[in-house]
Design a protein. Structure first.
Length: 151
C-alpha cells in the first residue's frame, strides 16, 4: 500500500459545488434537443447494425442480449456511428471489451485487415462535429434502411 506523507500546509478540499453544478448541467443536457437526437440515433443505428449482422454476435454467434459493439469507444462522435466501427455483439462480449479489447480487435483485423483498423483509428482520432440537422438526417437515413431491410 502506498504511503502518503501527511502535509499540514497543503490540503485539497473536494469541490462539491463544482460537482453539483456539473450534475445539474448534465441533467439539463440530457433533456436537450441534441441529447434526444443522439439517443435516438444511437437506438436506430444499433438496430440497423444488429440487423445487418444477422442478429448474431460476430464473435460467438449468440443471438441473446445483442448490443451494438464499438471497436473504438463511442465517446468520439467521429466513429460513434461509423458502420465499420460497429458490429453486433452479445452483452458479454461487449462488456468484456472495455477490460480486454484484444479479442474483438483481433476479430476485426482477421476479417477486414490491419490497414482497415489503421484507417478506422485515424477516423476515431479526427474531430467531427455533427449539427442537429446532420443527426436528424442520419436518424431518418437509418430508419429508412431498417424499413427496407424489414420489407
Ligand atoms: Zn458473443
Amino acid at each position: 500500500m502506498p504511503y502518503y506523507r501527511p502535509n499540514s500546509t497543503f490540503k485539497v478540499k473536494p469541490n462539491y459545488h463544482g460537482l453539483r453544478r456539473s450534475r445539474a448541467r448534465m441533467k439539463a443536457h440530457s433533456n436537450s434537443e441534441r441529447a434526444k437526437l443522439i439517443r435516438e440515433l444511437d437506438r436506430v443505428f444499433s438496430l440497423f447494425i444488429r440487423e445487418r449482422d444477422g442478429q448474431r454476435c460476430v464473435q460467438c454467434q449468440s443471438s441473446e442480449e445483442l448490443t451494438c459493439g464499438h471497436i473504438y469507444s463511442r465517446r468520439n462522435h467521429s466513429t460513434r456511428w461509423d458502420e465499420e466501427n460497429c458490429h453486433a455483439q452479445c452483452w458479454n462480449h461487449n462488456a468484456s471489451h472495455s477490460i480486454n479489447p484484444h479479442p474483438y480487435v483481433n476479430w476485426f483485423v482477421e476479417k477486414f485487415g490491419y490497414e482497415a483498423l489503421e484507417k478506422l483509428h485515424q477516423r476515431f482520432l479526427s474531430i467531427v462535429r455533427f449539427s442537429n440537422e446532420d443527426l436528424r438526417e442520419m436518424i431518418s437515413g437509418y430508419r429508412l434502411r431498417l424499413r427496407k431491410k424489414a420489407a
